[in-house]
Structures are given as C-alpha cells and as structure tokens.
Write a protein that binds this ligand. Structure first.
Ligand SMILES: Cc1cc2nc3c(=O)[nH]c(=O)nc-3n(C[C@H](O)[C@H](O)[C@H](O)COP(=O)(O)OP(=O)(O)OC[C@H]3O[C@@H](n4cnc5c(N)ncnc54)[C@H](O)[C@@H]3O)c2cc1C
Length: 427
C-alpha cells in the first residue's frame, strides 16, 4: 500500500494533523491500534465526545475522500522512515509513504511498591480506559493515587460509571499545588474544567502530600497502606488506580532514529518549529513530543499537518497558541515533579519487571540498564521494558536501551512478510 502522508495515532494530535494536511488533497492514511478514533482523552470515538472540537474534527475528516482510517491496526516495525510494517487482526502489510507524522501520544508512568502486582491494582489511566470500554466498576470502592491532573479526570470518570471513589492521594505538596491552581487563571478553559471536576469530586477525600506505601491483600487488593500528610494510614478498597503522570511514547520515533530530548526526566521526540523531527520528512506532534494536554496536542498536530503539506503560512498562525500551551505543560511538569521518597518504596522482593519476575534486590546488584537486562532478563518480556524501563529510570536513574525491533508484539507471519519485503528492497 502507498500513501502520501502516513499519520500514526488518531488521538487529538493525529486528527488535527489529518485535518490540516488533507486540505492539500494529498492522500492521508491514519493508523491507530484502538477500535476507533480519539486516542486517550477521546477514548470511545471522537464522534461521541462532549468536546465539540472532537465531533467537528471527526465530521470533517469522515467526509473527505482523501483520508483513510485504519483502526485496530498497529505499526509494529519500521523498515525505514518511508516503510512501516502494520499488523491488524491476523494480517500484516507494508505501507510505503512519502511523509510520516508520528502522533503516538503518551503512556502512564507506573512505579513499583509492595503489592503493586496484586490483581485490582491498576494504572489510573488504565482503570479509566478499562471502565470506558465496559469493565464494571459500579459499587466498587476505588482509591485513586499517584500524581497529576489526570487523577481528577480518572476519579470523575469512574464516579460517572458508578464507582465509589473514596480517596484521591496526590504525591505533590500543597504549596506546589496551590501555585499550579493559581496559574490556571492564565488558562480560563482549564480553570473552568478544574471547577467542574471539583464539583463532581466534592464528596471524595482529596489529600496532597500523600502516596501509597503498599497495596495489601492476598489474591486481590483489599486495601492500602498510605502515607497521608506525613502519617501512615490503612485504607480499604476494591481497586487501587495508581499512576505517576505521563511519559511520551517514543517507540516508533526511536526505532527510526529520531533524535530525542530529555525534559523533566523523560525522553521526548525533538522537533523544530514546524514539528519536523531530526529525520527527513518525519514530523511528530502531541504528547510524543512532551506532555502538555489536549490543547497543545491539537495545536501541534495542526502545525505538523500544515507544514508537511508546505503550508508554512497556515502553520505559523498557530505558533502563539502552541506557545501558550507549551507554557502550561511546563507549569504542569514543575507542579507535579516526583518526590524522592517514591524511589524508596520497594522492598527487596518487590517485582520491578513484572513480565520477567525480576525483583528490586536483583536489580540493585547492577549499575546500569544493560547489565541488569543481560543478567536478569529485566525488560525482555512482553512489554519490552515499557513499564520497568521507565520505573528503573526513576528508581536508579538508568537510561533504557533503544527497543529491539519489532518494538511491539508481532505475529511470526508478519515478521516473515517483513523479511520478504526486506529481501525485495535489498535486491
Ligand atoms: C492512559 C491515559 C489516559 C488519559 N486520560 C485523560 C483524561 O481523561 N483527560 C485528559 O484531559 N487527558 C487524558 N490523558 C492525556 C491525553 O492523552 C492527552 O491530553 C491527549 O490526548 C494527547 O493527545 P495525542 O494525540 O498526543 O495522544 P493520544 O491521545 O494518546 O493518541 C495517540 C494514539 O496513538 C496510538 N498509537 C501509539 N502508537 C501506535 C502504534 N505503534 N500503532 C498504532 N497506533 C499507535 C495510541 O493507541 C493512541 O490512540 C490521558 C493519557 C493517558 C496516557
């Protein structure tokens, strides 16, 4: 299959990129591994969201005959920046493209603590995503913990599905939180959103300066040991939803050797003012280039789409909007910086790599990721270090190696078709 512009990710950034790029008449193909558009924030489909920007984007894009969506489809390997291997329900194929826009979003940062592998302990965004897709939470007592404004959005969405959110535990300290709340005056839309969330969450006990020390239970989480404002407390729950903010998803970008930058402890795709990466004709937009929320993702996506179709005049008009939301992203990173105590929660037998059952004590015997990986198989399981690699960065300050290809689980049939394509390319 051939296309002019391949967009990976149909979240806000990918949809905005498709919208602006499609004005040129170029053929646009959008790949996303979810069953419909919307990415994380508009999970369930851009068409059915309350946010009018989501519905408008969807209506415009679905009416265009130069835009093709490929859902339940994943890019699993990049042969080159012009050729990627995609896989969907038992089939695979190679897409050849002139240009690519990476709008692959972010994933949650999960940190290990005793009991975090118990059934019923999930990422905050993880439980939100499951419940949005039908996982029943009605009548369940849920503690939401970790860091960042996502905790409030998660709690509100769980309550909307009938869960009883008893506590929200935010690790950031009150003065940081107060400064962040004040700074929302600069973004009235976010202030309104915060006010609406506050109304929904008025019955929930919210504590800053608080975090989970351990999840308790035998076969299932039944409670937690939490540090709340300096004191330890035992709390009961049916589910613990715990996530420490977001980190950019750079798997595809790093597999095609895009230069990465480090910001606030995580790697993100380096882009210039046109959202162009260090690799020719490869653009990146949205949370793969840094965490900043939906408004920044939309602005960056639109700029990438205009720039990829040589409409730099149109892209430039969005620079001020992007600057505004980049500033919001920086305030977010400062307010919710992780406290050092979170590095000290693991017991010697706490599993850090849960795919390969590698404990904290086993990792302590090493002084870098490569050594730990070679000796313990840490990061070599199904998730390929997506969870333990990020956790090891926080715990030990280790830099994870670039992922091996394919960077996502792929069927043997796909890999065979890939080697046939590579043979053809080489001859
Ligand atoms: C788990 C989670 C829950 C969140 N919930 C909220 C919320 O409730 N409220 C809120 O304000 N913000 C939420 N956010 C933040 C939100 O993601 C951003 O504000 C915004 O959606 C970023 O848009 P994006 O287009 O950059 O990325 P995303 O919306 O994340 O879209 C990226 C898309 O790319 C797809 N993708 C990635 N790699 C591949 C690949 N190799 N092949 C195919 N598809 C791929 C992903 O599946 C995803 O659909 C959440 C983030 C996460 C990680």
């Amino acid at each position: 299959m051939k296309t002019d512009i391949l967009i990976v990710g149909a979240g806000p950034a990918g949809l905005a990129a498709a919208d602006s790029a499609s004005a040129s008449g170029a053929m646009i193909d959008i790949i996303d591994d979810n069953f419909t558009s919307g990415g994380q924030i508009w999970r369930g489909g851009a068409a059915v969201q309350q946010d009018p920007r989501a519905r408008e984007l969807w209506q415009k894009l679905s009416a265009k005959n130069n835009v093709r969506f490929h859902f339940k489809t994943r890019v699993v390997h990049a042969v080159s920046p012009r050729q990627v291997l995609i896989e969907s329900a038992g089939t695979s194929s190679i897409i050849e493209t002139e240009k690519m826009i990476l709008a692959t979003g972010a994933r949650e940062l999960l940190l290990p603590f005793p009991g975090w592998t118990l059934p019923g302990v999930m990422g905050a965004g993880g439980l939100q995503a499951l419940s949005k897709n039908g996982f029943p939470v009605e009548g369940k007592r849920v503690i939401v913990a970790g860091s960042g404004p996502l905790l409030l959005a998660v709690a509100a969405s769980l309550i909307a599905r009938g869960a009883i959110v008893t506590h929200i535990l935010e690790q950031a300290k009150l003065p940081q939180m107060a400064r962040f709340a004040l700074s929302l005056l600069a973004t009235p839309g976010k202030l309104k959103q915060a006010w609406q969330l506050q109304k929904i969450l008025r019955e929930v006990k919210y504590f800053s300066d608080s975090y989970i020390r351990a999840a308790l239970g035998v076969n299932q989480v039944t409670g937690v040991r939490a540090q709340i404002n300096g004191r330890e407390q035992l709390l009961e729950c049916d589910y613990l939803a715990c996530g420490y903010g977001l980190i950019p998803n750079i798997d595809l970008a790093s597999s095609i050797a895009c230069t990465l930058d480090e910001a606030g402890g995580y790697a993100k795709v380096r882009v210039d003012q046109w959202q162009h990466s260090s690799v020719a004709q490869v653009y990146s937009a949205g949370e793969s280039t840094g965490i900043g929320g939906v408004d920044l993702a939309l602005a960056e996506g639109a700029i990438a789409g205009w720039a990829a179709t040589e409409r730099h005049d149109m892209a430039e008009k969005l620079f001020a909007e992007r600057r505004r939301w980049q500033a919001f992203g920086r305030r977010l990173a400062t307010a919710f910086v992780l406290r050092p105590e979170l590095q000290l929660l693991c017991a010697p037998d706490t599993l850090v790599c849960r795919c390969e059952d590698v404990s904290f004590a086993q990792l302590q015997a090493h002084d870098n990721w490569r050594s730990a990986k070679l000796h313990t198989r840490c990061g070599m399981g199904a998730c390929q270090g997506r969870i333990c690699g990020a956790a090891s960065h926080v715990l030990f300050n280790w830099e994870k190696d670039a992922g091996r290809l394919p960077f996502s689980n792929a069927s043997i049939a796909s890999l065979c078709s890939l080697s046939a394509a590579e043979d053809t390319a080489n001859h």
